[in-house]
Ligand binder design. Structure first.
Ligand code: PMP
Length: 347
């Protein structure tokens, strides 16, 4: 859907060239070789540095793709309002992109999300509505609250879970960037799911790029936290949930429209201590400060590398930065209360 010549969208060149606007600076993120993960496995493991987007996360891409699509269809016009339910990062992306394009945003977030994301949303002028955390089947769930709010006010509902403009943004930008940055040498891609837009969009895009080049498709591997049903869906077509995770923005109990038609080839279930070990090592040994979902993604990339054996190339996503979770993932009291490891420099 997104024309790569659009003034708001860039492929690969974003951080190397001048940008006509904030939205043109979304995407074009570096692919960083992860030293420890690569050395431990004998593979080349790369992280796509999505924390470098203007709003600080991978969700800037979905926000831009959804708003551009809504402008194209006329569902949103300059001066209009976009409403969305989000764990925070989509809300940050939508608010910034909306403001850059002459619109406003109303953002509905469960009150359990990190203080840093909520403060950021307030700081940038989002109309923030906090709601109690409720399961999807409950009418009070943040997604349903945001849908009703849009219906009542006549605003545009972004509907990131089931609006496939989300994955289209990744298919036409992120996947193309990864293919070009690796020179088409990519054996596997690992990624966690919230909406599934990142996994499905990049997965579909990489399969298309490989087919066009006459190459074997890279393996698309779901990285799933405890408490999400998607691992069971991939492994045994069974959506059952057990356990829980301190990671935010990922984990899903249903097959969203964004996930439909993009069956991952494999899945890894990653528990919080394994993800935290990666996050703390990336920080201390490689100078990369990332959040919880990045830890899940890197842990799954390492497991995938071990399954494939040395000499392979695996790409994953560094979804957002550690500063967004200072009060949780980098808070010794929070970690100790949950019986989780504390990084040595904070102990
Ligand atoms: N990581 C973080 C930190 C997120 O906020 C999100 C989105 N909520 C994801 C990963 C998952 O991305 P997607 O919605 O594209 O599946």
């Amino acid at each position: 859907m997104t024309d790569i010549t659009s003034p708001h969208q860039s492929v690969s060149a974003g951080w190397q060239s001048t940008s006509s606007s904030m939205t043109a600076a979304i995407g074009g993120t570096p692919l960083i070789r992860l030293k420890r993960a690569s050395e431990e496995t004998g593979c080349d493991i790369y992280g796509k540095a999505e924390f470098m987007n203007p709003g600080g996360s991978v969700k800037d891409r979905a926000a831009l793709a959804i708003i551009e699509d809504a402008f194209r269809t006329g569902a949103l016009k300059p001066g209009g309002t976009v409403v969305e339910g989000t764990a925070g990062n989509t809300g940050i992306g939508l608010t910034l992109v909306a403001q850059a394009m002459g619109c406003k945003a109303i953002i509905v977030v469960p009150e359990t999300q990190s203080r840093e994301k909520l403060d950021f949303l307030r700081m940038i002028g989002a109309d923030l509505r906090l709601v109690p955390a409720k399961p999807f089947r409950d009418p009070g769930n943040y997604v349903h609250v945001s849908r009703r709010l849009a219906e009542e006010t006549g605003a545009f509902w972004a509907n990131q879970f089931d609006n496939t403009a989300n994955r289209e943004g990744h298919r036409t930008t992120t996947a193309v960037e990864i293919w070009n940055q690796t020179g088409g040498k990519i054996d596997a891609f690992t990624c966690a799911c919230g909406t599934g837009g990142t996994l499905a969009g990049i997965g579909m895009g990489l399969r298309e790029q490989a087919a066009a080049a006459g190459k074997t498709s890279p393996k698309i591997v779901l990285a799933d936290p405890e408490g999400s049903a998607l691992y069971g869906w991939v492994k045994s077509n069974d959506l059952t949930i057990s356990g829980g995770s301190i990671t935010e923005g990922i984990g899903q109990g249903r097959v969203t429209a964004n996930l439909e038609g993009c069956a991952p080839d494999d899945a890894e279930r990653i528990a919080d201590p394994e993800a935290l070990e990666q996050i703390f090592a990336l920080t201390a040994e490689e100078g990369l400060s990332v959040g919880g979902s990045s830890g899940i993604n890197v842990a799954a990339a390492i497991r995938t590398a071990r399954k494939l054996g040395p000499g392979h190339t695996i790409v994953t996503i560094l979804c957002d930065g550690g500063a967004r979770y200072q009060s949780k993932l980098f808070n010794p009291e929070f970690l100790r209360a949950k019986n989780l490891p504390v990084p040595s420099w904070l102990a």
